[in-house]
Design a protein around this ligand. Structure first.
Ligand SMILES: *Cc1c(COP(=O)(O)O)cnc(C)c1O
Length: 391
């Protein structure tokens, strides 16, 4: 029998698809002593967290809270509360996470219509309108920021379109919140889920969700109970709402983290934050392209916070990423699903959307590409990024 050594993880720069690095202020908040989860002082912190979450989501939805689990639990919460067995759902699939929604909806017994578009592309409104007309679903689900491909789905018009066809709009904003515009009320979105470990620069562990009054009404009209006890929002709401009725023990430390993460987001201001993400993306993109790398998402629809690029021919995916990790302490993501072995995913999320992350990853990547025999002009990537910053 032996006792493991003291915890001493190596220093990393987390530039993959998440988790991203935790903001130092969040780490400090997490080292704060616990309160009881029904302590009047903790209830104040819960209210403040909910209030700031509404601001980050740009909503006045009463039913807004963080699910006590990661983004996938947010997905499941939205799906199982909105659909009853036999209900029709249209799921738009343009990558790995759209496929996940299909899997969750299958288990919820939904009657699924799957709408596909090629990986790296986004859906246009016409295809969705036709399907809504034909299928008349209760719910339409779509991913705003498809983390597997780096594609940025426009969703501004979708809520209105869904409502014209009496459908609810469900949006996956796991990689979007805190990075790119998301206007839950103005865009008429009925249910949204996100996470803490990507754009909010907190650890993984919570999934913020919000439901519109329309969605709440649909949930109230259910004929069957939500099959998941833990994720039934009508019960969780009694804890997060005025009743403060015990449902489960809130992960206190994670609520501290989210509260601090949201304070940081709102202090910066959402618009300024979105602009910062765009600026650093432009610099990274200029640098990657100067090194001969090509984006895998369609032009005009590339996410600033998730840069998916094709791995150049002849380059060993695992070797290159391994070298980035061990020699430079930089983590970038490999491909998922159809893109496995074909793309690298470089995240510039939240706190990590900074010039020094951009310059570091470009310089380190150049080193690894040269090592693999790629013809990269030394210094070209960093120079191209600097040019964007100088402009
Ligand atoms: C990361 C991610 C999820 C899953 O979130 P977890 O926190 O890993 O459970 C769902 N959807 C998208 C688009 C994601 O990027």
């Amino acid at each position: 029998m032996s006792i493991a050594g003291q915890l001493n993880p190596p220093t990393r720069l987390l530039l993959g698809p998440g988790p991203s690095d935790v903001h130092p202020r969040v780490l400090t908040a997490m080292a704060t002593p616990l309160l009881g989860h029904l302590d009047p002082q903790f209830l104040v912190l819960m209210n403040e967290t909910q209030d700031m979450l509404r601001q980050a989501f740009r909503t006045s939805n009463q039913l807004t809270f963080p699910v006590s689990a990661t983004g996938m639990a947010g997905m499941e919460t939205c799906v199982v509360n909105l659909v009853e067995p036999g209900d029709k759902i249209v799921v738009c699939v343009k990558g790995f996470f759209g496929g996940r929604i299909v899997e969750v909806a299958e288990r919820a017994g939904a009657d699924i219509t799957r709408l596909d578009c090629p990986w790296g592309q986004v859906f246009n409104l016409d295809a969705i309108r036709d399907t809504l007309k034909k299928v008349r679903p209760k719910v339409l689900a779509i991913v705003q920021a498809e983390t597997s491909t780096g594609a940025w789905q426009p969703i501004q018009e979708l809520g209105k379109l869904c409502h014209e066809h009496d459908a609810l709009l469900l949006v996956d904003s796991v990689t979007a919140l805190g990075c790119v515009p998301l206007e839950v009320d103005a865009w008429e979105i009925d249910a949204v889920y996100s996470c803490t470990q990507k754009g909010l620069s907190c650890p993984p562990g919570l999934s913020p969700v919000t439901f519109s009054p329309r969605a709440v009404e649909a949930i109230a009209k259910r004929k069957t109970k939500v099959q998941s006890w833990y994720l039934d929002v009508t019960m969780v709401q009694r804890y997060w709402g005025a009743d403060r009725f015990y449902h489960h023990t809130a992960p206190i430390t994670m609520i501290y983290a989210l509260r601090e993460g949201l304070r940081i987001v709102l202090e910066e201001g959402l618009e300024a934050r979105w602009q910062r993400h765009l600026r650093n993306h432009r610099a990274l993109k200029a640098g990657l392209e100067a090194m001969g790398l090509e984006y895998s998402a369609a032009a005009g629809h590339q996410l600033p916070q998730l840069n998916a690029v094709k791995i150049p021919a002849g380059v060993d995916d695992l070797k290159a990423r391994g070298q980035l990790l061990t020699e430079f302490g930089i983590e970038v993501g490999g491909g998922l699903g159809d893109f496995k072995g074909k793309v690298w995913r470089i995240g510039l999320m939240g706190h990590n959307s900074r010039p020094n992350c951009v310059v570091q990853v470009l310089a380190a990547l150049e080193h690894c590409l040269l090592k693999q025999g790629c013809k990269v002009q030394p210094g070209a990537g960093v120079a191209a990024a600097n040019k964007v910053y100088a402009a």
